[in-house]
Design a protein around this ligand. Structure first.
Ligand SMILES: [Zn+2]
Length: 347
């Protein structure tokens, strides 16, 4: 089986340590590069822990329900609507969930979906049941787009949960994108999969990634049925990265209701892990093609986000912003071992 292109290099350095009477201290930095994603990162030898759960009142005081455009009082008055050719009712609804156009779009088709009328939902209450209708309205929208035959080929469902992850609203919400072209990161994944197939007599990169990672038994969290859960070899965030891949699902429309429920159950397990470890924030992206593409399995990533107290320092700095390398004081293999028990218990 062709290898995945996971590269590793260890470098060592020395300094005189004031905490041990200026004895010489050796430090080891592991540089990693993932050819599939193009992500370069440096795994630091010390583990970052968030020792205290950030104070939610800080955010809730600044963003009360009375000022929230997604809470019932303002929702009806201030929510953008779709033109009637897309949907007669102006939006896509299921239960309390609702999908509508983003008032500040990033894309010609950038929508927002709220899960419910609840303003603040902590990480441990993001249960599969709670998330179900929010994801369902995203799927309803993509189904409508295909019905309209607009020729869109790529879509994603995205989530900035809470301000440390770029969330502009406390009120939990998803964002969808559908377009003719993939985003640049999704393009990188597609190109890697094409190149891998070309170099290995048509092997599927994602099948081999799953098989090789399972065999290596270092970053393979669990297989929950159709969905495989892994930690990324070279994470896109300081607190690591959790990946999910839907085996043999080569289009969004291959996914059944039960595949989605399995996915949401896994997501809630990851969120529980984050909650227990004092995180309050994450980014998630779910990438899919809208027509069958045998090179690409539906998949996605979750990156926990945080700010560093007491200053509220960002978890992004010059290294990531301007050098395209991620400083990661979280060893992916350790993150995997910590997540496994959450998947092995029945919940
Ligand atoms: Zn609200």
């Amino acid at each position: 089986m062709r290898d995945l292109g996971f590269k590793k290099e260890i470098s060592t350095g020395y300094y005189l340590d004031p905490f041990s009477g200026y004895q010489e201290k050796k430090i080891t930095i592991e540089s990693r590069y993932d050819e599939i994603t193009g992500v370069a990162c440096r795994i630091l030898p010390y583990r970052m822990r968030i020792t205290q759960k950030p104070d939610m009142d800080f955010y809730l005081e600044k963003s009360p329900e009375s000022l929230c455009p997604f809470c019932p009082d303002l929702f009806e008055k201030t929510t953008p609507r779709f033109t009637p050719d897309i949907v007669e009712e102006g939006n896509f609804k299921r239960g309390e969930a609702c999908l509508f156009p983003n008032a500040f779009p990033y894309d010609q088709n950038n929508n927002v979906a709220i899960f419910s009328s609840r303003h603040f939902v902590p990480l441990n209450e993001l249960t599969p049941e709670f998330m179900h209708d929010g994801f369902a309205v995203c799927r309803d929208y993509f189904h409508r787009v295909v019905e309209m035959n607009l020729g869109y080929k790529y879509c994603s469902i995205n989530w900035n949960y809470m301000p440390p992850a770029g969330g502009g609203m406390i009120h939990p919400h998803l964002q969808t994108i559908a377009g003719y072209k993939p985003t640049s990161f999704m393009q990188k994944l597609l190109t890697s999969a094409h190149n891998y197939a070309a170099a290995s007599n048509g092997d599927n990169l994602w099948n081999n990634l799953i098989a090789l990672e399972k065999k290596a038994d270092k970053r393979f969290i669990a297989n929950t049925g159709v969905v495989c859960w892994l930690t990324s070899f070279a994470p896109k965030g300081m607190a690591g990265e959790i990946d999910f891949i839907f085996r043999e699902k080569t289009s969004l429309f291959d996914l059944t209701e039960s595949n989605f429920n399995e996915f949401l159950t896994g997501l809630s397990k990851v969120f529980n892990y984050l909650y227990v470890n004092n995180f309050i924030s994450f980014n998630m992206s779910f990438y899919a093609t809208m027509t069958n593409n045998n090179y690409f399995f539906v998949q996605g990533k979750i990156v926990p986000r945080f700010v560093i107290y007491p200053l509220g320092t960002s978890d992004l700095n010059y290294f990531e912003k301007l050098h395209n390398e991620i400083i990661c004081p979280t060893v992916p293999e350790e993150l995997c071992r910590e997540l496994q028990p959450y998947f092995n218990t029945v919940a």
